[in-house]
Design a protein around this ligand. Sequence first.
Ligand SMILES: [Zn+2]
Length: 155
Amino acid sequence: MIHRLLYSPGETGAPVQTAPRCYRGPADLPDCVVEVECPSWCAEDHAVPVAPGVPRFLDDDFHVSAPITVVPPPEVHGSDVSLLPQLTARLMAHTIEGGVMLGAASIHMELGTSVDAYADLDVAGADDVLRQLREYVVGLQQMRDALAAVQKVAS
Ligand SMILES: [Zn+2]
């Protein structure tokens, strides 16, 4: 990842995307412009403002992968409540800190619908979650097969 502060007083125009995925735009420092190159896994469009009229400071932003999610199907006994993703994971790294110390990158795993229920995983943490998910899949398959036997549904 390339990240350079370009001291260009007064130059804070709209970020310009150049190949392959490089953004140039305002920094959260007076009269500074920052240039950030995304890692191959980043799916974030850093040119989109935080909100209308609120610029995105590229020196305080995050590279974010496309999410992977687990969304249970609707409840089978009458509830019409749409369920939100119950398990979401994204690979993330700070635009500047991530480039300086890639070890700061993490897998951001959100649990349920609460913004407070999340964990930032390192490699060991991801290995632990993967081990638990493999056990979960085995257990879920066993439950599914037991349910199918009770309901006499073909496997
Ligand atoms: Zn990025």
